[in-house]
Design a protein around this ligand. Structure first.
Ligand code: SIN
Ligand code: FE2
Length: 232
């Protein structure tokens, strides 16, 4: 029941100065791509606990590219499938090649975060089956690429930034398109799907910095739907 004076209450910001300095909470970068500033902030304790469980079972490792280079970003995975790279190519695999065992399961806190971020960006019913966990130390970078090893391009990518900041490169559908730089901070979530699903993206070399979440590291969780969404 509404009390008679409910409609008259005004919502005044408690900290007007802090409020005006904040970046917009939701920014549509282009059709299909939405940046949700600070979306993961309230869940950081649960995410950190889950990361400890995942990395105890499947420690971070530097994978080798098909061209024979060692990646500067350290990676691990959780979920039904993990993204792996070696001299034979890139692929999704249900087995961690280091342990010979399935990847750690996707924690509930990860599933919920990805589902809710996707819904906020306009993608309903998102159930990722793969989460690539990237760890950047200062100097680590990820060159421009498309996420195209998945079977299902109808589902979006949900990418969560944690720890020290990074400059994200956001480009077009062609390799030669000119990227824009987007600063990504602790708690920011990017969602890209639909017409933006195959846009090129990357990360500039991460600058030396420190954050209470993971010290000198930037952690990125990238959720995908690797298998076909048609249940069979
Ligand atoms: C990725 O493209 O897999 C990671 C992007 C990021 O670290 O922000
Ligand atoms: Fe990517």
């Amino acid at each position: 029941m509404m009390r008679p004076d409910d409609g008259e209450q005004m919502m005044l910001p408690l900290f007007p100065d802090a409020d005006t300095e904040r970046l917009p909470e939701r920014e549509e970068l282009c059709p299909g791509a939405v940046l949700l500033r600070g979306f993961a902030l309230t869940r950081e304790a649960g995410i950190l606990d889950a990361l400890h469980v995942i990395t105890a079972e499947a420690p971070f490792r530097h994978m080798i590219t098909p061209g024979g280079f060692c990646m500067s970003v350290a990676m691990t995975n959780c979920g039904s499938y993990g993204w792996v790279s070696d001299l034979t190519g890139y692929r999704y695999d249900a087995i961690d090649p280091e342990s010979g065992k399935p990847w750690p399961s996707m924690p509930a806190v990860f599933l919920k975060l990805a589902h809710e971020a996707a819904a906020s960006a306009g993608f309903e019913n998102y159930v990722p089956d793969a989460c690539l966990v990237n760890r950047y130390e200062p100097g680590a970078r990820l060159s421009l690429h498309q996420d195209r090893n998945e079977r299902d391009f109808s589902s979006p990518i949900v990418s969560v930034s944690l720890g020290i900041p990074a400059a994200f490169l956001w480009s077009g559908l062609r390799r030669k398109d000119r990227p824009v730089r987007i600063p990504l901070m602790h708690g920011d979530v990017m969602v890209w799907g639909g017409p933006a699903r195959l846009r090129y993206h990357g990360v500039l070399p991460v600058k030396e910095s420190s954050h209470s979440f993971a010290g000198r590291h930037r952690i990125n969780l990238t959720f995908r739907r690797a298998a076909s969404s048609r249940q069979g």
